[in-house]
Design a protein around this ligand. Structure first.
Ligand SMILES: *[C@@H]1O[C@H](CO)[C@@H](O)[C@H](O)[C@H]1NC(C)=O
Length: 215
């Protein structure tokens, strides 16, 4: 009996470490019923008999995002919230538009690796490895170049070309999540106290107050 529990324990550890992305589907598809109030890991399935082609489709990625904002970029997501048929499939995508000089600020996706293709323009992209190295891995990408951002790591893109830039990202989750570092740290609600952040960032609290006032 005890050995059974040991075996189950080992199995649980092996399985949990092997599942780095979304769980595998248990049926052909599970189109999300976005109106169902039941909360599960993922979203409740629509009755497969009433599913239509439009449940597997999204239109509009031909349209440029509006980059007139503080960072000069716009992400147009095609996640499960926009394309219900992605539910349980472990993939999604996004279009990212950049004005000249625009950035997609340092952020991380808690549930997905990301593979980015530059459709147009020149992007400086990078990610930082975890502690203690915190090594910056960075590259300039031209049209047609592809770059991968490993799951969970902080990454960014910057348009360093003279024109607008456009990229398409594939992500390994139906709902990758986004944590924008500046917004999470300096723009949380309620705020993280400035004395705590002052110690974390090794600056005077007034510097923290100044940054917090911008979010
Ligand atoms: C883009 O966003 C800016 C700022 O919110 C707004 O003033 C402008 O009208 C928008 N442009 C378009 C084409 O929607």
């Amino acid at each position: 009996m005890a050995s059974h529990f040991l075996l189950l324990g080992i199995l649980a550890i092996v399985c949990s470490t092997a599942l780095a992305s979304d769980p595998s589907p248990l049926q052909d598809f599970c189109v999300a019923d976005l109106t169902n109030p039941v909360l599960v890991n993922g979203l409740v399935c629509k009755n497969p008999k009433i599913v239509q082609a439009k449940d597997f489709s999204f239109s509009g990625l031909n349209l440029a995002g509006n980059t007139t904002n503080a960072v000069g970029s716009q992400v147009t997501p095609v996640f499960v919230a926009q394309l219900a048929g992605l539910n349980t499939l472990g993939i999604s995508m996004a279009r990212i538009d950049f004005a000249p000089g625009g950035i997609n600020p340092p952020h991380t996706h808690p549930r997905a690796s990301e593979i980015l293709t530059v459709l147009h323009g020149t992007l400086n992209v990078g990610f930082v490895t975890s502690n203690p190295e915190n090594r910056l891995i960075m590259k300039v990408l031209q049209t047609g170049d592809v770059f991968v951002f490993p799951q969970g790591l902080i990454h960014f893109q910057q348009n360093i070309g003279p024109t607008n830039a456009v990229a398409i990202a594939g992500l390994g989750s139906q709902n990758p999540g986004v944590i924008t570092i500046a917004n999470a740290v300096f723009g949380s609600n309620p705020k993280i106290t400035s004395d705590l952040l002052a110690k974390a960032f090794q600056v005077n609290p007034y510097v923290i107050n100044l940054i917090q006032s911008r979010f």
